[in-house]
Design a protein around this ligand. Structure first.
Ligand code: BDR
Ligand code: CA
Length: 316
């Protein structure tokens, strides 16, 4: 049996973040050390409440949850209420969460967890990169405690928030720029691959058949998410972006990557927040990232559904 990968997940739940947390907590290949929150899909107060709700409904206890940055480094916060609803996690009705936050800022919790863990830790950011950028600038020594950063964000093609920019990078391009220039191993799971992770009726049927309280909550989450994607983008089934980054950590074979130079457009009049991915080495700029291009769809859903099953049964 292989040793689980120690992971900190930095997120802005969010429907797909919720499933990313469940995958990280329920899959035996991951040792989830902490959950930190950031403003993105909603204000940080709401994303933190949602992280607590997810932990409560999924029976995730003993994993510290800390609230992080309330706004991006430079620009005002933009939220995605149109996609995730006013609460950031519209759909299911959640009871009062019993999992609380720790009295520590997310950046400080990350620094401490990284420093205290005997092995380098993998960071999995699934929201805007504000907390991670702050960690790297405020505590540069933390870099030596980071094995790699496997993030959901960006796109080698078009965006989903502007024609050029994907949401997580669009919200805080300066932070993304810091992360891609950090010199750390960075894997970018962008829209190119997350749009292959579609929560189809078949997937919802598999979740339904698990027949646990948690699986029913997941179906409610996905049903709401599906309606938003149908309304906003005409998708027949919604892409479950954030768990793809977790799946890459669980088994790199699930997410095929290529190496490339990635820069974040900070100044473009129409393209600010775009990730400019040099897939064909036009620029001669050095490789600074692995870019996810292909998902093994079957392996992906098998792991997500198995994790929801494990957590759901544990609570029975
Ligand atoms: C990303 O934006 C958010 O709405 C999702 O949670 C995901 O992290 C997709 O562009
Ligand atoms: Ca997210």
């Amino acid at each position: 049996m292989t040793v689980p990968v120690p992971v900190v997940i930095d997120c802005d739940p969010g429907h797909d973040d919720a499933l990313a947390i469940m995958l990280a907590a329920g899959d035996p290949a991951i040792d989830l050390l902490a959950i930190t929150t950031v403003a993105g899909n909603q204000t940080v107060e709401r994303t933190t409440l949602n992280a607590r709700r997810v932990c409560t409904v999924a029976g995730i206890t003993g994993v510290p949850v800390a609230e992080g940055c309330a706004r991006p480094l430079v620009q005002p916060l933009l939220v995605a209420g149109d996609v995730h609803g006013d609460s950031g996690l519209d759909g299911p009705r959640f009871s009062e969460p019993t999992v609380d936050v720790v009295p520590e800022h997310a950046v400080e919790l990350m620094r401490r967890v990284l420093a205290e863990h005997p092995e380098p830790v993998t960071l999995v950011p699934t929201g805007p990169l504000t907390n991670v950028a702050l960690l790297l600038t405020r505590h540069p020594d933390s870099a030596r405690d980071i094995r790699e950063i496997v993030l959901m964000g960006g796109s080698a093609g078009r965006g989903n928030r502007t024609p050029a920019a994907e949401f997580n990078i669009h919200v805080d391009p300066e932070s993304a720029d810091i992360v891609f220039n950090s010199g750390l191993p960075v894997t970018m799971c962008g829209l190119d691959v997350t749009h292959q992770a579609l929560a189809t009726p078949d997937v919802l049927g598999r979740l339904e058949r698990l027949d646990t309280g948690l699986s029913r909550t997941c179906v409610e989450l996905m049903t709401y998410f599906a309606s938003a994607y149908r309304r906003l983008w005409g998708f027949a089934a919604p892409p479950l972006h954030d768990p793809v980054a977790v799946a890459r950590v669980i088994d790199p074979g699930i997410v095929r990557c290529v190496e490339a130079n990635v820069v974040v457009e900070l100044h473009g009049r129409y393209t600010r927040g775009a990730t400019v991915v040099d897939l064909h080495q036009y620029t001669g700029r050095p490789v600074n990232a692995r870019v996810a291009v292909e998902l093994d769809v079957e392996m992906f859903w098998d792991r997500v559904i198995a994790a929801v099953d494990v957590l759901g049964r544990r609570m029975r």
